[in-house]
Design a binder for this molecule. Structure first.
Ligand SMILES: NC(=O)C1=CN([C@@H]2O[C@H](COP(=O)(O)OP(=O)(O)OC[C@H]3O[C@@H](n4cnc5c(N)ncnc54)[C@H](OP(=O)(O)O)[C@@H]3O)[C@@H](O)[C@H]2O)C=CC1
Ligand SMILES: O=C(O)CCCC(=O)O
Length: 492
C-alpha cells in the first residue's frame, strides 16, 4: 500500500510511502510481512513498512551493485547536479518532511524542520565536495618512474541509521557516498523509516538513477546480517549504540569491510568559575535538551566548579522548568516525548539511582503528567561520581550536576570514561581554553559553544565512541579508496 488514506495532513501525500525502494521500484516484502510504526507522542500506529529478510536485502545490494558502474562513470559534476536538485527538493518539501519526522520520532515541529535543513546541508555540501576528490602526484624516487595517487569510490556501501535523527543521519552517510560515485543500501531505524522513504521519493524526483540509492526496512538481525556479511558490500557506515556497533564490527570483519562508526557518547559539559554564567546556562540547555536529550552529543555529565555551582544550578533549573512538554505538533512545545517506554524506564532508573546515592532534585525528576513517553525536564544537583548517570549515556532530559574544585580534577573526571565523542567547557580564560581543549580525549570539543553540529566540520569520536569522521572534507575520505600507481619506463 503506497498511499494509505491520508495518515498525515501532508501537502504532498505521495511522500508517505509504506514500501521499500529497490532498483527504482517501490516494493513490499516477498512474505508480505510488515512492521508497524508508532507515533511516540500518542502510541498510535501511523503506518507500516515491509519486513524485509535476507533475500530481499540481497536483492537491494544486487540493485546497488548493478547501478554502480554507470553511476561511477558519470562526471562528478553530473552527480553533483542531481544531488543539488535533491537538496533543493528537501528544502521545498521541508514542511512535509518535518511533519513525517515529528509523527514518527516525536521532536517538536520547529526542531524537525531544523533537522531537515541540517540534513539537506549535507547534500549541498557533498554535492560540491564530491568534485574535489583530488588525488596526488608524489615526487619520483627513481629515474624513469612516476608515482600517482588516485582516489576511487569504495563501491557499494550500506548505511544503518538510528531513530534520533531520521533525516540527517541518512544524508550525512549517503551524500558523500553518492557524490564520489558509490551506490548504496540504506536501512533506517524501525521506529523512523518514513522520513527516509520520503527522502527516497525526492531522490527519484531529483533524477537519481534506479538502484543508486536503495532503502530497505526490516528486522535488524536479518537485514543487518546480510548487509554486513555480503561481500558485494564494501563499506558499512553505522550510527547507533556502542553495543550494536561492536556486533557489526565483528560481522564486518569476516569480509574485511571498510567501516565508519558513530557510536555512543558520555559528554562532559564543564563550567568553570570564570565562565559567563548566562552563556553557560544557554549552552547547557541547548546541548542537554536538544531532541529531549536524545543525541549522542548531548551533555550527559555537567561538571560545575564549586564557586559557581549554586548559581548555575538555580538558573539551569529555572530554564528547564520553563520548557513546554508535549506532542511535537502542538504550538510552543519545546520538549517532545521520549522514543518509547524503554527510554522512559532508563531515565527513571538513572534518576532513582542518583537519588539513592545522595543527589537532590532541583527541578523535575518524574514522569510528566501528560503520561505516555513524556518526562519532566530534570536537573539533579550534587550527583556523586558513583552514580550510573556518570558512566552511562542517559539519552533523556536529565541534567546531572557534579561538583569539582580544580581544572585538573575537571579534566580527570571528563576523561574518566571509555567514550570520547563530544565535550564542552565554558571559561573566559584564554590559556585555559587551549589547555583544556588539548587535554580532553574527545573527537569534538565545544569551547563556550553548546551546539557544535555543522556539515562543514568533522563529526566523530575517540575511544569507544567510534571510527572515522562524517561531514566536512574528512567525510569524503570514508567513501574513497587510495590507489597508488607506479608508472615506469618513462625515460627521465
Ligand atoms: N550514537 C547515537 O547517535 C545513538 C546512540 N544510541 C544509544 O543507544 C541506546 C539504545 O538505542 P537503540 O535505538 O536501541 O540503538 P541501536 O544501536 O540498537 O540502534 C541503532 C540502529 O541499529 C539497528 N540495529 C540494532 N541491532 C542491530 C543488529 N544486530 N544488526 C544490525 N542493525 C541493528 C537499529 O535497528 P532497529 O531500529 O530495528 O532496532 C537501528 O537502526 C540509546 O539509549 C543511546 O544510548 C541510540 C541511537 C543513536
Ligand atoms: O546523536 C546522533 O545520533 C548524532 C547526530 C547529532 C548531530 O549531528 O548533532
Amino acid at each position: 500500500m503506497l498511499n494509505p488514506a491520508a495518515p498525515l495532513p501532508l501537502k504532498d501525500p505521495s511522500l508517505f510511502r509504506q514500501a521499500c525502494l529497490v532498483g527504482g521500484r517501490w516494493i513490499e516484502a516477498e512474505s508480505g510481512r510488515t512492521m508497524p510504526v508508532r507515533n511516540p507522542a500518542t502510541g498510535e500506529v501511523i503506518g507500516s513498512v515491509p519486513a524485509f529478510g535476507r533475500a530481499e536485502t540481497r536483492a537491494a545490494i544486487e540493485a546497488a551493485s548493478a547501478a554502480y558502474p554507470a553511476w561511477r562513470a558519470m562526471l562528478a559534476k553530473e552527480r553533483s547536479a542531481i544531488l543539488r536538485r535533491l537538496y533543493e527538493l528537501m528544502l521545498a518539501n521541508a514542511d512535509d518532511l518535518a511533519l513525517i519526522m515529528t509523527s514518527e520520532q516525536g521532536k517538536p515541529l520547529a526542531e524537525a524542520k531544523g533537522e531537515v535543513a541540517y540534513a539537506a546541508s549535507f547534500v549541498e555540501w557533498f554535492a560540491e565536495e564530491g568534485k574535489r576528490a583530488y588525488g596526488d602526484m608524489i615526487p619520483q624516487n627513481q629515474k624513469g618512474r612516476r608515482i600517482l595517487v588516485m582516489k576511487e569510490p569504495v563501491g557499494v556501501f550500506a548505511a544503518i541509521t538510528p531513530w534520533n535523527f531520521p533525516a540527517a543521519m541518512i544524508t550525512r552517510k549517503v551524500a558523500p557516498g553518492l557524490a564520489v560515485g558509490c551506490t548504496g543500501v540504506v536501512r533506517p531505524a524501525s521506529q523512523t523509516p518514513f522520513t527516509a522513504l520520503a527522502i527516497g521519493v525526492l531522490a527519484e524526483r531529483a533524477g537519481l538513477p534506479p538502484g543508486v540509492m536503495n532503502i530497505i526496512t526490516g528486522p535488524s538481525a536479518e537485514t543487518g546480517a546480510e548487509l554486513t556479511e555480503n561481500p558485494m558490500v564494501r563499506k558499512l557506515s553505522f550510527t547507533g549504540s556502542t553495543e550494536v556497533g561492536k556486533v557489526l564490527l565483528e560481522q564486518c570483519a569476516r569480509t574485511v569491510k571498510r567501516v565508519s562508526m558513530e557510536l555512543g557518547g558520555n559528554a562532559p559539559f564543564i563550567v568553570f568559575d570564570d565562565a559567563d554564567l548566562d552563556a553557560a546556562v544557554a549552552g547547557a540547555m541547548a546541548s542537554k535538551f536538544r531532541n529531549t536529550g536524545q543525541t549522542c552529543v548531548c551533555a550527559n555529565r555537567i561538571l560545575v566548579q564549586d564557586g559557581i555551582f549554586e548559581a548555575f544550578a538555580t538558573k539551569l533549573a529555572e530554564a528547564a522548568a520553563a520548557m513546554k512538554v508535549g506532542p511535537g505538533v502542538e504550538p510552543g512545545v519545546t520538549q517532545g516525548p521520549l522514543i518509547n517506554a524503554d527510554a522512559v524506564a532508563k531515565v527513571e532508573e538513572h534518576i532513582g539511582d542518583a537519588l539513592a546515592r545522595g543527589a537532590r532534585v532541583v527541578t523535575g525528576g518524574k514522569r510528566h503528567p501528560r503520561g505516555g513517553n513524556f518526562f519532566e525536564p530534570t536537573v539533579l544537583a550534587d550527583v556523586p561520581r558513583e552514580a550510573k548517570i556518570f558512566s552511562e549515556e542517559t539519552f533523556g532530559p536529565v541534567a546531572p550536576l557534579f561538583r569539582f574544585r580544580t581544572e585538573e580534577e575537571a579534566i580527570r573526571l571528563a576523561n574518566d570514561t571509555p567514550f570520547g565523542l563530544a565535550a564542552y567547557f565554558y571559561t573566559r580564560d584564554v590559556g585555559r581554553m587551549f589547555r583544556v581543549a588539548e587535554a580532553l580525549e574527545y573527537g569534538i570539543v565545544g569551547v563556550n559553544e553548546g551546539i557544535i553540529s555543522t556539515e562543514v566540520a568533522p563529526f566523530g569520536g575517540f575511544k569507544e565512541s567510534g571510527l572515522g569522521r562524517e561531514g566536512s572534507k574528512y567525510g569524503l575520505d570514508e567513501y574513497l579508496e587510495v590507489k597508488y600507481v607506479a608508472v615506469g619506463g618513462i625515460g627521465t
